[in-house]
Write a protein of this length. Structure first.
Length: 230
């Protein structure tokens, strides 16, 4: 009995450790996104290079967490609710890694814009869209930490706002390009940045869906408006 109890406690510690590292990875990704937007505005070369170089840290965290999840499945043979948690974590770290890729893409676009000495970028609402995406990520991580379905459902609904921001930015950029062809190169790079921000919102939405899956065992992907009623 004592051995079994010890094994159970160790199992809980293993899961808690993995969940903690997911949150740590999320914090790193959030920092990467925020700093990439800052680098776009400032043109800080050192910051841009640091963001690009740090992407390997995000990748390494994904690989390590995935490996630990596999070890838990093999060694512990988890029950259904814990298995849902582990499967959701493996999906979550994939989305976080892809968010890290989008942050690196923003940094690369910023580097290109500033190295080319481009004209002043068109004043579209990238900063607001980025804040929405970062807020979605932060609230999703909070929902994951607390297994909070209500917050997760709010994040899922908020994804429509990011999509609307992207469409608005795209319309503005098309207008700028038509009015002044000299802005075309920069405007196209800003389209890629806006798309990266929109994709970050998509990944945050995915992660929020996994929280609901963990708690309720329900796959809410592609099901329309999300209900969190018991």
């Amino acid at each position: 009995m004592a051995v079994s109890e010890h094994a159970s406690k160790q199992y809980d510690l293993d899961l808690d450790s993995i969940r903690s590292r997911v949150l740590q990875m999320g914090g790193l990704v959030e920092s990467q996104i925020r700093r990439a937007i800052e680098a776009l505005h400032s043109g800080d070369r050192a910051l841009i290079e640091e963001i690009i170089a740090n992407d390997h840290k995000v990748n390494a965290m994904e690989v390590a967490i995935d490996n630990d999840c596999s070890q838990v499945i093999v060694r512990r043979q988890p029950a259904a609710n814990d298995l849902r948690m582990i499967l959701a974590i493996t999906k979550t770290v994939t989305d976080l890694e892809r968010m890290g890729d989008e942050a690196q893409k923003i940094a690369r676009m910023a580097k290109s814009i500033h190295e080319r000495g481009a004209l002043q970028p068109p004043p579209v609402g990238l900063g607001h869209a980025a804040e929405l995406a970062i807020s979605m990520l932060r609230r999703t991580l909070d929902a994951f930490a607390r297994l909070d379905c209500t917050t997760a459902a709010e994040v899922i609904r908020d994804d429509a706002g990011i999509d609307a921001e992207f469409r608005s930015i795209l319309r503005q950029l098309i207008t700028y390009m038509m009015e002044d062809p000299r802005t075309i190169s920069t405007a196209l790079e800003i389209v890629w940045i806006a798309k990266a921000i929109e994709r970050i919102g998509d990944h945050a939405k995915n992660m929020a869906e996994y929280v609901i899956y963990i708690v309720k065992g329900t796959d809410v992907r592609h099901t329309g408006p999300v209900s969190v009623a018991p």
